[in-house]
Design a protein around this ligand. Structure first.
Ligand code: SAH
Length: 397
């Protein structure tokens, strides 16, 4: 097995069980290491640190399979890791969606697997998981007892690993779209062309919380920004909101949203779906003097990397400022960030700045995070990407 030796002092993060080896930490590595090959990582003083998958092109040059020198990285290893991850999962209602494998936090860096009813969708996002793709696919079928597995390895991060995008059926004969059930709502998931693996499972618990907010305030008028296929909108309607205006720039997502409305027997007139840019629409609504009881802001990742944090902060501030202005006094703002580069602290500061500039006083009623099938390893803070706040705009005192 090839050996990779780190520069002095660069062993610290691995000793803290952080699962990445950055290119800048490496003192010596053979040129002949193949992409995805398992290497032994050693400290400058020769101490063994970890077994990792090698990625020659990425800044994340190594992703740790194991901190144990005796571990064999072979088919049985993947079957074991998958089985353990499944054992840790919360109970799944029949027909529901669930994240089964959440990359680093489940001990398989670069692998995402979501289950939609009885269909599996996987993303192989690193050189290591790419090398073991067939082994992992077989093991997934074996440990879940399911037949159909679709591959959605078309996330941008594959470029950083020097891997081309790849999508298509991987095992069995998966259908192009699947209907899942979430808290009593039926939702269509476009596994071939939808975002990520087709759906935003990480918001499942938060949609239940939002449904409950509308239950306690029957008849509210709500605004759902970045609505995708309308899962938050329908949670609000289920809870008793009288009307929800939903905005997204994706026409295909809104087509599914309208289908979802019909499939759940929601009266079409209770919802308005607008294909538009949220930044512009919020200004139009403000200029038209509109006001809402509850507003959801769930934008895409504005800061995928630390380098884009400043620009992202301005974008978050902009939409939150407009959100505060569009809220009725006593109204609630449910605001999210899924940017890895913006932590919960910074997000709260940005939102506080937005409230200040909007001339609004607000209180934090609840802090939100990703659903519990998206575990976060304590040593891997990057896993904690989704954070949210439920804020209430105070009446003028
Ligand atoms: N809340 C959704 C997930 C939102 S993901 C859910 O629970 O399922 C972010 C969404 O923002 C995507 O659907 C994307 O199409 C949309 N989007 C991105 N930029 C936008 C913009 N400038 N204006 C409107 N929608 C945008």
């Amino acid at each position: 097995m090839h050996r990779v030796v780190l520069k002095p002092g660069k062993e610290k993060s691995l000793l803290r069980r952080h699962p990445w080896v950055f290119s800048g930490a490496i003192a010596r590595a053979d040129e002949s290491i193949a992409p995805g090959e398992t290497v032994q990582v050693h400290a400058a003083d020769g101490r063994f640190l970890a077994l990792a998958a090698w990625s020659a092109q990425s800044q994340i040059r190594g992703r740790v399979w194991s901190f144990a020198e005796t571990e064999q990285v072979d088919p049985a290893f993947f079957a074991r890791r998958l089985r353990k991850a499944l054992q840790r999962r919360p109970a799944r209602q029949p027909g529901a969606g669930m994240r089964l494998i959440h990359g680093e936090s489940d001990g398989i860096p670069g692998l995402i697997v979501d289950r939609y009813a009885d269909t599996l969708v996987a993303q192989f996002l690193s050189a290591g998981t790419e090398k073991w793709r067939d082994v992992i696919a077989d093991a997934l079928i074996d440990v879940t007892g399911l037949k159909d597995l679709y591959e959605r390895s078309d996330a941008d991060v594959r470029q950083l690993e020097g891997l081309p995008p790849r999508t298509g059926p991987l095992r069995g004969a998966p259908a192009a779209s699947v209907v899942i059930e979430e808290h009593g709502i039926r939702l269509t998931v476009d596994i071939e062309r939808g975002h990520k693996t087709g759906f935003y499972l990480d918001q499942r618990e938060n949609r239940r919380i939002v449904r409950n907010l509308s239950t306690t305030r029957p008849g509210i008028e709500a605004l759902n920004c970045f609505c995708y296929t309308g899962a938050f909108s329908m949670s609000l309607l289920q809870g008793g909101a009288s009307h929800v205006l939903s905005i997204d720039s994706s026409g295909p997502a809104l087509d599914i949203a309208r289908k979802n409305m019909a499939a759940n027997d929601f009266e079409a007139g209770r919802a308005e779906w607008r294909e538009a840019d949220v930044f512009r629409t919020l200004r139009e609504l403000r200029d038209a003097g509109r006001a809402f009881d509850l507003i959801i802001l769930d934008p895409p990742k504005f800061a995928p990397t630390p380098a884009s944090v400043d620009r992202a902060a301005r974008a978050y501030k902009d939409i939150n400022l407009l959100g505060f202005k569009l809220l009725k006094p006593g109204g609630q703002l449910v605001t999210f960030s899924c940017s890895g580069g913006v932590n919960a602290d910074l997000f709260q500061k940005i939102v506080a700045g937005a409230a200040l500039d909007a001339g609004v006083d607000a209180v934090i009623e609840q802090r939100l995070s990703g659903a519990n099938d998206h575990p976060v390893r304590l040593a891997f803070q990057e896993g904690e990407y989704l954070k949210g706040l439920i804020l209430r705009k105070l009446e003028q005192q």
